[in-house]
Design a protein around this ligand. Sequence first.
Ligand code: BES
Ligand code: MN
Ligand code: ZN
Length: 495
Amino acid sequence: MKITVKSGRMETIRSGAAMVPVFEGEKLGATAMRIDRALGGTIARLIERGDLVPKAGTTFVLYPEGKIAPLRLILAGFGKRSELKAERVRLAAGKAASAARSAGSRDLLIPIEGIGIDPEQLGQALAEGVVLGLYRFLTYKTREEGNGKKDLVSCTIVASKVSARLQKGARTGQIIAEAASMARDMVNTPSADMTPAVIAGVAKGLARTHRLRVRVLERADMQKLGMGALLGVASGSVKPPKFIVVEYRGGGKRPWIALVGKTITFDSGGISIKPPENMDKMKDDMSGGAAVLGAIRNAASLRLPLNIVALLPSTENMPSGSAYKPGDVLRTLSGQTIEILNTDAEGRLILSDALTYACRYEPAAIVDIATLTGACRIALGQEASGMLGNDDRLKQLIREAGERTGERVWELPLWEGYCDLIKSDIADMKNTGGRDGGVITAACLLSKFVQDRPWVHLDIAGTAWTDKDRPYTPKGATGIGCRLLTQFLRDFKYP
Ligand code: BES
Ligand code: MN
Ligand code: ZN
């Protein structure tokens, strides 16, 4: 996708399609007014009759039949002007871009005159909306959709005058959205083709194109270190586990920030095997890893003045003759022991070793992100990811990043009483606390491995996958967390 910024007036530029922003409950804006005059009042009549209700994320295609230069007009609802923010722009641009593509256009003009938000934010949100809205996963399609032949390939943001900030925003937005698309691709790819080894290869590939260093610990390295929890989960799979370490050094002598992503390439449940319904979705259990990989890639692309380490503990969770079993006790890298009650509560196990490893960096902040509990989806649905942690400042930063990116989070309490539920009779703790407060008891276990460092846990079990198309999030992997963590890193200030 080529995104450019150009000065001029949309109606004089030849193109396959042009977007016309329309606000709800008010007179037509500057661009829409001029276009409407050229068309003889069609747009105003459409609104008056109620054929077009310009709610955020709605579109309406019009053919101007030669009255202006663009071949098609995509009227794009922006909602009420008083509620306009970056998320609305993302929704509108995403929907407009996919509507333009469906109509057959190869390019799209986006006039911004009268969209009154900060130019840098506007450029970023437009680019994100377009790139994410056009996202498709075609790797395994041999016939349909022409494998990208008819794709929309260029997008021009049209301003009365081009500013450096608008241009910078558009560039930033494109970088960030392309990383999120990479995360979506990784998650959409079947587990047979997105193994721990493949993910390690993806990380190594990034180290060649970006300023990143990658180290991959093999099974023998994990054994030497004593990562008994990760190795326990991995013991049922014939695919070798990988512990992937990605470092970005852009912050000189400043302390590290650690990002930890659950990277289970397939979660069958293990010996405590899951029921067959929706088990196919368990290829998304590496969404946390994909998110942190996307975020550290963005940190490098945007040259953020930080030192960041991304940790991806990666394995399948499979039943077999060599698999770990309920009743087993695993000795973690920290030395603490965990009694296994259910092999399907594997995410917290691999994270416990990864969090301990993260502490070796003496990080100023740790954020882990994981498709950790079905309970989180029950609690918050698909609208918010669960957030728990031990540091108010860090939680506030993540909360704000969530609002700005549209990847919103909602906090749940991490009170002592909940942590009593994971006490074990024979080990230091057990890996499930029963059905009550399942999101929280999982986080309680994680909290035992962060050595009192500032830490936030994000549970994305409900948000990593969507079963219905949304304006800039088609069905399938959402890539959640990549943009959220990127925004968090951009806003991060040392205490
Ligand atoms: N990966 C799953 C959580 C999950 C469930 C993600 C549904 C997305 C959709 C996780 O490993 C898991 O199986 N959790 C168990 C924990 C339980 C055994 C304590 C769960 O949520 O049922
Ligand atoms: Mn599981
Ligand atoms: Zn899992």
